[in-house]
Design a protein around this ligand. Structure first.
Ligand SMILES: N[C@@H](CCC(=O)N[C@@H](CS)C(=O)NCC(=O)O)C(=O)O
Length: 435
């Protein structure tokens, strides 16, 4: 069965796939879709396939499939058989999708597409994204001064994915962002002179009689986490993001310079504390609320931290999340504050506060010991967000002279050794330097 590609010649996402099919010398039937007539929303289209029985959408997933399936024809776009180079192709494909695309697509959208819909271009959106794109291109310039293409000295899918948006971008007044960076310019000239791209580029124009735009330009922004790698609350969120295998941008906040008390930060968190997580228009603070959001939103990826679909287990996870917050956290955070932070701020450690809280924590841990002698983890025989929330404070606590109150309780000790050896936390713990 012949491959059929449904799309439109001016669409960036359609062209990403066409260029790939040309590179791989794969024959296909092109079926134009009349978006203006809403054809793409009809059941005939929403049930679409097109390679035999397989249905694929998302242009980057389609190119990966084509490059893999037709590995023996055309250019090798994924460095088949070389795991290191193949991994670098994946890295730079992600960079295109996570860093480059979110900045360039709103510019192209505002400049070309908004006017087609009768709205005026939003200059503030353009300006913000031109600045963002410039920063991404600074990284590209540095990379391309050491290798000819993004993933190495070979053209790959990672370079190819940049073609459609850059094609349109070069027709805007901000093309100098590319042209003024000599390595980026040379790279662009190289990749845009490939026959596979030249075959499609002529048909790529936004014209007003083609109002039925083929592509919905995604204006999604990468998730941003503002915080510090040594902060316990930040570490909770970082560990959760790793467990859920979520891509994010980490934005360090300079606490010593008081950056978290400046209006630019207190508009995100009125309490002027880290961490803050930004996901599109939403700015969230309070680490436990953030982890709950991440674990819920990314239900489909990574480890299930909330026991989705099992009401009883999910309720027990909530119970032990509350126990951590109401019983465990108050004494342990006091001990850590007195032992590690007070001296950093030039204050002396208040031993009476430590003693009182060690006693309090011991009583909480007696309850944990009894619970963990019946179930492997706090909420049941499954690791959950409730266990995860204990990690950062306990990590520092184990470096104090009172670690024996964990080690002296065999079930608590075994539980701690188990949860702290998960790869998601080990990654985070390496950067936890406050203790
Ligand atoms: N309950 C908050 C606590 C946040 C918190 O205490 N953050 C600390 C760093 S771990 C902070 O921002 N400290 C600076 C300050 O409070 O000025 C959460 O869980 O997010």
């Amino acid at each position: 069965m012949a491959i059929k590609l449904y799309g439109l010649p001016m669409s960036t996402c359609t062209n990403r796939v066409i260029i790939c099919l040309h590179e791989k010398e794969v024959g296909f039937e092109f079926v134009p879709v009349n978006l203006f007539g809403g054809e793409h929303k009809q059941p005939t289209f929403t049930a679409k396939n097109e390679d035999g029985d397989l249905t694929l959408f998302e242009s980057r997933a389609i190119t990966a499939y084509v490059a893999e399936k037709f590995k023996d024809t055309g250019s090798d776009l994924i460095r088949y058989g070389n795991p290191n180079e193949a991994a670098l192709v994946k890295v730079w494909s992600e960079v295109e999708s996570q860093q480059f695309n979110p900045a360039i697509s709103p510019i192209v959208y505002q400049f070309f597409v908004a006017p087609l819909y009768g709205s005026s271009a939003d200059q503030a959106v353009i300006d913000a994204n031109v600045e963002k794109l410039g920063k991404v291109l600074d990284v590209y310039e540095a990379k391309l001064s050491s290798t000819k293409y993004l993933a190495g000295d070979f053209y790959s899918l990672a370079d190819l994915h940049h073609l459609p948006y850059t094609h349109y971008f070069m027709k805007t007044p901000w093309a100098s962002l590319i042209n003024s960076r000599p390595h980026v310019k040379a790279w662009w000239e190289d990749i845009s002179s490939r026959p596979a791209y030249k075959k499609v580029s002529e048909a790529m124009t936004f014209v007003s009689n083609q109002l039925y735009l083929t592509h919905t330009l995604s204006l999604y922004m990468a998730i941003k986490l503002y915080g510090l790698p040594r902060s316990t609350a930040t570490c909770c969120v970082l560990t959760c993001l790793h467990e859920k295998e979520v891509e994010f941008e980490f934005v360090p906040v300079n606490l010593s310079a008081g950056e978290h008390k400046q209006p630019s930060f207190t508009t995100k968190n009125p309490f002027g504390q880290i961490p803050v997580l930004e996901d599109g228009d939403v700015a969230l603070f309070e680490s436990r609320a953030i982890t709950a959001y991440v674990a819920e939103k990314f239900e489909g990826t990574g480890y299930d931290l909330l026991r989705h679909g099992n009401l009883n287990e999910a309720a027990l996870v909530k119970v032990w999340i509350e126990v951590e917050s109401q019983q465990f956290n108050p004494p342990i955070s006091q001990i850590i504050h007195q032992f590690f932070l007070a001296p950093l701020y030039g204050k002396s450690t208040d031993q009476a506060v430590i003693d009182a809280n060690v006693e309090k924590l011991g009583k909480v841990l007696d309850v944990y010991e009894a619970k963990l002698s019946c179930t492997k983890y706090l909420a049941g025989d499954f690791y959950s967000l409730a266990d995860l929330h204990h990690l950062p404070h306990t990590h520092y606590f184990m470096k104090t002279p009172w670690a024996s109150i964990i080690n002296g309780r065999p079930h608590v000790k075994a539980w701690w050794e188990d949860i702290s050896s998960r790869p998601s936390f080990k990654k985070v713990a390496e950067a936890m330097t406050a203790g």
